[in-house]
Design a protein around this ligand. Structure first.
Ligand SMILES: Nc1ncnc2c1ncn2[C@@H]1O[C@H](COP(=O)(O)OP(=O)(O)OP(=O)(O)O)[C@@H](O)[C@H]1O
Ligand SMILES: [Mg+2]
Length: 341
């Protein structure tokens, strides 16, 4: 049974009675989102607690996106600080988020794919309008992420009993020694321009209304970015979150090398969404004038998305997926390493 922090209730509703309706599925970082009403039919979404990026900073970042897509952002009605953190009261978007709309089959695939086209189309427009060759400072530094990813790879290999300096074959593809492969992360090149983007573009951050049309929440990283990082988030996230294993993965020592074998698959709809992200990257690379190496850098981002998320695998109750997701991430780095222009 949830009870709201007294100070938040007092600040937003001045002691009048409120009815808590339900809670939203929240990420691993700590905040809560609850839906409530206050004697009227209007339903509010209240986000509160300790967030990785404080809510007041999220509100500043919201302004960056509001310049380009104000109609896509849930309205924020009130904000307050209280001893346990910060809180904001928002208009509640009445449907599921895109994640649950897909996994709980709320709509036919064609409706979801149409939404994804609309999302990618509006982001493309924002990128065209905000492209700058002058501001090459990116809000998130790739090499900071890469350092975290390298530690994630080593931890995962250790847990699976695979030495980082032994040759590894993943589902029949020799990827060399994982430690050597990880060095491909050092060859990353940022694009020659930045764009305004949300950055954390994954399906839990798109909220659907009854039509269904889409809204975008969780503005913690909004700012100047490499457009590819946003597309790879949406590409990789389905694998991290929704992929299924047919059987238990196997790790075997064979002579001088290790083998990692697994059978991981995604529903066709998720694969189609991923296909759209890759298509859009190719289209935008051309239109925005990215370097000829854009595709290699795209796969580096995608590999980082999957491998960096391995550290949350326990919180997400997906421990049995560790070998397969490590495998998928390393295969993406291998793809980048062997990429020819
Ligand atoms: N205004 C809103 N209307 C409808 N649903 C919402 C709204 N805000 C949040 N939600 C629901 O709550 C979930 C979690 O919210 P949100 O994405 O803002 O936070 P988070 O990912 O848990 O936290 P963090 O800020 O640390 O990334 C969303 O996936 C969505 O289902
Ligand atoms: Mg979120």
């Amino acid at each position: 049974m949830i009870s709201l922090p007294h100070e938040v209730e007092q600040s937003f509703f001045g002691g009048t009675s409120i009815e808590l309706l339900n809670t939203a599925p929240c990420g691993a970082s700590g905040p809560r989102v609850v839906f409530l009403r206050n004697g009227q039919p209007t339903i509010y979404a209240l986000k509160y607690g300790n967030t990785r990026v404080p809510i007041h900073e999220q509100l500043e970042n919201r302004k960056v996106l509001a310049e380009f897509m104000p109609h896509r952002l849930p309205k924020v009605l009130k904000f307050c600080e209280y001893p346990g953190g910060e809180a904001m009261l928002m208009e509640a978007i009445p449907g599921p988020n895109l994640h649950y709309a897909v996994v709980e089959s709320w709509y036919p695939d064609s409706v979801i794919l149409h939404l994804v086209d609309s999302i990618l189309g509006e982001f493309a427009e924002m990128w065209r309008r905000s492209r700058s060759t002058e501001i090459l400072q990116f809000k998130r530094n790739f090499f900071d992420r890469a350092a975290i990813v390298k530690v994630s790879i080593e931890n995962a290999l250790r847990q699976l009993g695979i030495p980082p300096d032994a040759p590894l074959v993943i589902n029949g593809t020799p990827i060399g020694k994982p430690l050597e492969l990880a060095q491909v992360l050092d060859t990353f090149q940022a694009p020659p321009f930045s764009v305004i983007c949300h950055y954390d573009l994954h399906a839990d951050n798109f909220f659907l209304d009854a039509r269904p049309d889409w809204f975008l929440g969780d503005w913690e990283w909004a700012g100047r970015h490499d457009y590819k990082a946003s597309l790879t988030h949406l590409y990789s996230w389905w694998m991290t979150t929704c992929a299924r294993l047919k059987t238990d993965p196997e790790v075997k020592l064979r002579g001088d090398h290790f083998e990692l074998n697994y059978w991981l698959y995604l529903p066709e709809l998720c694969e189609q969404i991923r296909g759209k992200c890759v298509e859009q990257a190719s289209f935008m690379a051309d239109e925005l004038g990215d370097s000829p190496h854009w595709e290699k850098n795209f796969w580096l981002h995608a590999g980082c998305d999957i491998l960096g998320d391995l550290r949350f695998i326990g919180v997400r109750n997906r421990q049995p997926y560790l070998p397969a997701l490590l495998g998928e991430g390393l295969l993406l780095l291998h793809r980048a390493a062997t990429f020819k222009v």
